[in-house]
Design a protein around this ligand. Structure first.
Ligand SMILES: [Zn+2]
Length: 237
C-alpha cells in the first residue's frame, strides 16, 4: 500500500474529462480523478494490523517521509501523524508490515498546488530525470534519515512515486543505503541496486481504503487466502 503520509492526496487534483480541469470543476466528484481524500486514521490502522496478524497476512507500506504543506514547507511523517506512526512502527517491529521508502515529498515542491485551468498530475511525481542530481540526492538522503530516525534503522527499499525515476535516483540510492527499487519500470542499466519487478506485487494506494473502506482490503486478503496464496514482503521477493 503506497501513499501513506503523502500530501499528494490533498494537492493532486485533476480530471480526465474534457473541461474537467476548469477552475472548481475538478473538485466535483463527477470530474475528479484523484484527490482530495484524508489520511487513514489510527483506529483504522489498528484494525488493519489486527486483521493482517489474525490472517497471517503481510503488507509492505510505502511511506512518504514528509508531508508538504501549502507553502512548500515539509513536516516529517512521525510529526504530522504521530498516532499513525506509532502504530505502524509497532506493527513493523512485530513483523506484520514492512515499511518502504515512498519518497520524501511525492511531488515537485513548489509545483504541487492545484492549477486553475489544468492538471497538476505531472508534478505529483518526485524523481523526474529533468531535476538535477542534487535534488535526487537531497530527496533520497532526507527521506532515509527521517525514516531511520523514526524506525531506528534505515529502510532498504525505494518505491518511486508513480514509477518515475532515473539513473540519478539510482545513484542517490546507492549513496544512501537503499539496496532495492520496486517499480513497474526496469531501467535495465548497469548498477548494483536490485530491481524488484511488479509481478507478484498487488500494488494499491491508501486511497482505495479511504474510498471503499477497510472491507475492500479485508475481502482482497480473504480472496488470496482462499486461493492459498502466501504473503511476503517486498524484501522477500
Ligand atoms: Zn504514490
Amino acid at each position: 500500500m503506497d501513499d501513506v503520509g503523502a500530501s499528494t492526496k490533498h494537492f493532486e487534483v485533476y480530471s480526465k474529462k474534457i473541461f474537467g480541469n476548469f477552475l472548481f470543476l475538478k473538485y466535483l466528484p463527477y470530474f475528479r480523478a484523484w484527490g482530495v481524500y484524508e489520511e487513514i486514521g489510527g483506529d483504522e490502522w489498528s484494525e488493519i494490523i489486527e486483521f493482517l496478524d489474525k490472517h497471517d497476512a503481510k503488507m509492505t507500506v510505502g511511506i512518504t517521509a514528509s508531508w508538504v504543506e501549502k507553502d512548500g514547507s515539509m513536516t516529517p511523517f512521525p510529526e504530522k501523524y504521530p498516532e499513525q506512526s506509532d502504530i505502524l512502527k509497532e506493527a513493523h517491529n512485530l513483523g506484520v508490515i514492512e515499511i518502504a521508502n515512498h519518497g520524501l515529498t511525492h511531488c515537485v515542491v513548489g509545483k504541487h498546488l492545484p492549477k486553475l485551468f489544468s492538471s497538476n498530475r505531472k508534478f505529483h511525481r518526485e524523481f523526474w530525470d529533468w531535476l538535477p542530481q542534487s535534488e535526487h540526492d537531497f530527496h533520497v538522503a532526507t527521506s532515509q534519515s527521517i525514516l531511520k530516525e523514526w524506525l531506528g534503522y534505515p529502510c532498504d527499499i525505494l518505491i518511486p512515486p508513480g514509477n518515475v525515476y532515473s539513473m540519478k535516483t539510482v545513484k542517490a540510492c546507492q549513496e544512501n543505503g537503499i539496496s532495492a527499487i520496486n517499480s513497474s519500470i526496469n531501467l535495465e542499466q548497469n548498477h548494483n541496486i536490485k530491481y524488484i519487478e511488479d509481478k507478484n506485487v498487488d500494488a494499491f494506494h491508501d486511497r482505495e481504503i479511504v474510498l471503499y473502506g477497510k472491507s475492500w482490503l479485508f475481502d482482497k486478503i480473504k480472496k488470496y487466502k482462499e486461493m492459498e496464496t502466501s504473503f511476503c514482503f517486498l524484501k522477500e521477493l
